[in-house]
Design a protein around this ligand. Structure first.
Ligand SMILES: [Zn+2]
Length: 278
């Protein structure tokens, strides 16, 4: 029953019934995945310690990190200030182990002289990933940023570089020849086009609205300007091997509200598919 239908009976009934509508979640509830949801009159959505904003029509996106806990509470705060919670289960994902040899030693154990550059890289990326544009440019889905290429490193893999245990991989690596055109995976706004940075080399970040960003790293050159609006499929850069790379490839990353997730889930992302009412 919609609020409009019962509005005829009385305004107070309309208010109490507006929060009784079903919560819809679309996508795979699993570690490393991006999902979408809808709940009429939702204002903010809290998952774990993170808070997400809904669009005025009640649509939202949520991301599950690599090490997301299995049992989660999802709480919606409605436009009238009332709240409702659901217990949800996040399925585990099996992450692989990636053995990488031949990395320049100073890129595995950076010298003290590199610390300033590493700090600048973190600051610049953090700033770009905190873009707060509200237009949901993510709504029409995503494409792979380049044609062909071999997947040389999956998201979430435990990395061992030159025999040394490192942090897990935060993106998807696609091996591709130098200067391959790299496309915007969705409509977006350029929030970073700088480099070469110590780890990521030359990098572009696109903001797709509501704090969802995609990252394109180890580039040879960029073809866009800071603040530029791009459309899905536009060429934004050319692939390279800048930063910490053993060969030419694209590192494609994805971030929502500070949560890094698997960019491959963007290719499965569809606000109308695999939906369930809770
Ligand atoms: Zn990578």
């Amino acid at each position: 029953m919609t609020c409009k239908a019962i509005y005829l009976i009385g305004f107070s009934l309309c208010l109490s019934a507006q929060n009784a509508s079903a919560l819809t979640l679309c996508g795979k509830l699993a570690q490393g995945e991006l999902i979408s949801g809808h709940e009429t009159n939702a204002h903010t959505i809290k998952l774990g310690t993170k808070e997400y904003q809904a669009t005025p029509d009640g649509n939202f996106i949520l991301a599950f990190g690599r090490d997301e806990k299995a049992a989660q509470k999802l709480t919606i705060t409605y436009k009238d200030g009332t709240k409702k919670s659901w217990d949800i289960k996040v399925a585990p994902t099996q992450w692989d182990i990636q053995n990488i040899k031949g990395v320049p030693p100073k890129k595995v154990n950076p010298p003290a002289s590199a610390q300033k550059a590493i700090q600048k890289e973190r600051t610049d990326l953090g700033k770009a990933l905190s873009a707060q544009s509200t237009t949901p440019l993510w709504k029409n889905g995503f494409i792979r940023p380049l044609e062909g290429g071999r997947i040389s490193g999956t998201f979430g893999g435990q990395r061992i570089m030159n025999g040394q245990k490192m942090n897990s991989h935060q993106g998807l690596d696609i091996a591709t020849p130098m200067k391959t055109p790299i496309k915007a995976s969705a409509d977006g706004i350029v929030t970073l086009n700088e480099g070469p940075y110590f780890y990521s080399g030359t990098m572009v970040v696109l903001d797709h609205g509501q704090n969802l960003s995609t990252i394109y790293a180890h580039l040879d050159s960029v073809a866009v300007k800071q603040g530029q609006h791009v459309h899905k499929g536009d060429i934004i850069a050319y692939s390279g091997k800048s930063g910490r790379a053993t060969g030419p490839h694209l590192h494609w990353g994805a971030s929502l509200n500070g949560v890094r997730f698997n960019p491959q889930s963007l290719l499965r992302f569809d606000i109308n598919k695999n939906c369930a009412n809770l």
